[in-house]
Structure formats: structure tokens, C-alpha cells
Write a protein that binds this ligand. Structure first.
Ligand code: 9D3
Length: 242
């Protein structure tokens, strides 16, 4: 069981997106919980304002410390975890990847903080944030989509979330290779035949073909992954010889 808490100005965006997916089914079945906390609910401003101009000038508005801090404190007071990790999703963070997803999937509670406008007052970040994470080098309009991406990637690693328990283990990126090409019926479509080996019924031959295809694809499309794979295999062969 894992509890996701998302601090955001757009709670319905986050909830609708996640609840309409496999992750939503997992939440219904009780393997995870997803809570979206509206930062605006915690402002003390009578007009509901959560942003203001930046000291020193410059374009744009900044999210103020007070509503962000109070929203965080409300979540922290309700959860068992004493000091849950607080992930600020920001273009300035380190890039999210599968190993980080695996690490975060071991937590009981995770708090995501989504920024908007030009960002958040640094002082509240200093007090509450434990991790700053980006999903890649492109510019989005807010942190909600990145938080949803991360929740999706982490939640599917929580035991019970995926029906097929081994699909999270045997998939690509686990052994560091890309997936091999796959085919379904019919046997001929637009004059294209399914590779003969897949119809042979020889499982050893099928496995060998798939591995070969994975290696070729990886070498072609992701030379960085191929390099790491080749390096790892060299080590295994060296160890066997000893
Ligand atoms: C246009 C404003 N930018 C220049 C000062 C800064 C900026 C602030 C906030 C740029 C984008 C955003 C909104 N993006 C995120 O909050 C975000 C993000 C992203 O844009 N790309 C990849 N990962 C992430 S994680 C959070």
C-alpha cells in the first residue's frame, strides 16, 4: 500500500488523469491511494490569491510560501510517516529515471509539490523539499503532468497494482534492452508475413530470435543503452571464466 499526496493548484486535472487509468483501478482496489490537495484552499488571502510579484523585479508571478507550507503541514499532520519525502517537480531537478522510480516505490507516503507561474518562493522549498526532480529537458506549463508521469511510473511498481505480476520484471529497461518487435493475427497483413520463426513452435529458437532483435534495436536506436548492456555482459563472461 502506498499513499500519494499531490499539492497543486489543479487538483481535478491530477485526479481525473490518474483515476481514468490503470492506476485509478489500483486505487479502487486499495493497493494505492491518491490525494490531490488544492494549495489555494490554504491561502489566508481573502480573495484566494496564492501568487505575488518577485522581489528584485522581472517577469511573472511567484507562488507564495504561506499557502504551500500550510498545505504541506495539513498533509504531514494526517500521515503516519514522520518525515515523508517531498518531491518538488521542477525543470531544475535531476532527471527522473526507472531506478529512481524503483527507489521511490519503497516509500509508504510520497508528497509531490507542483509549481506554477514562475516557480515557488525559495524559503518554503528550503524548509520542506527533500528531492527536486524533472522529467526531461523540455518546457511544460506546470508541474502537474510531471507529477502524474512520476506517480504512474512509481505506482505500477507497487505489488498488486499490475495484474500480471511479472510484467514489471521482464519488460525492457529491466535488463537494459529495448523490446523486440511483436506480431498478432492475421499471419499476413498488407502483404507482410509474420517472421517464420515465431510460427515454428520452437521456444528456444523464438527466445534466441527475440534477444537478437532486442540487441539489434538497442544498438541502432539507443547506443547509450547498448554500451551499458555490452559492458555488463563482458563482466558476466569474465566472471564465468574465473
Ligand atoms: C517560462 C518560465 N521558465 C523560465 C523562467 C521557467 C519555468 C517554470 C515552470 C519553466 C517551466 C515551468 C513549468 N514546468 C514544470 O513545473 C516542470 C517541468 C517541465 O517543464 N519540464 C520537465 N520536467 C518538469 S518537472 C516540473
Amino acid at each position: 500500500m502506498m499513499n500519494f499526496h499531490i499539492l497543486t493548484l489543479f487538483p481535478e486535472m491530477v485526479l481525473e488523469g490518474l483515476n481514468t487509468s490503470i492506476i485509478g483501478r489500483a486505487a479502487e482496489r486499495g493497493y494505492i491511494s491518491i490525494e490531490a490537495v488544492n494549495i489555494r484552499d490554504y491561502t489566508l488571502d481573502k480573495h484566494g490569491k496564492v501568487d505575488d510579484y518577485t522581489y528584485g523585479g522581472g517577469a511573472g508571478m511567484l507562488m507564495q510560501a504561506q499557502p504551500v507550507y500550510d498545505a504541506y503541514m495539513a498533509v504531514q499532520s494526517r500521515i503516519k510517516t514522520n518525515s515523508a519525502r517531498v518531491i518538488y517537480v521542477t525543470p531544475q531537478g535531476r532527471t527522473f529515471h526507472q531506478e529512481l522510480a524503483k527507489e521511490l516505490a519503497r516509500e509508504e507516503d510520497l508528497i509531490f509539490l507542483c509549481g506554477h507561474y514562475e516557480g515557488i518562493d525559495e524559503r518554503v522549498l528550503e524548509e520542506i523539499v527533500t528531492d527536486e526532480i524533472s522529467i526531461g529537458d523540455y518546457v511544460l506549463t506546470g508541474g502537474e503532468l510531471p507529477a502524474m508521469v512520476m506517480v504512474d511510473a512509481i505506482a505500477r511498481l507497487v505489488p498488486g497494482v499490475l495484474h500480471n505480476t511479472d510484467s514489471a520484471v521482464t519488460e525492457s529497461f529491466y535488463d537494459g534492452l529495448l523490446e523486440y518487435p511483436q506480431y498478432s493475427r492475421p499471419e499476413i497483413w498488407h502483404d507482410k508475413r509474420v517472421p517464420q520463426v515465431l510460427l515454428s513452435g520452437d521456444h528456444a529458437k523464438v527466445d534466441a530470435w527475440r534477444l537478437e532483435q532486442s540487441v539489434l534495436r538497442t544498438k541502432e536506436r539507443r547506443p547509450d543503452l547498448y554500451e551499458a548492456y555490452a559492458e555488463k555482459r563482458c563482466g558476466e563472461i569474465r566472471n564465468k571464466k574465473k
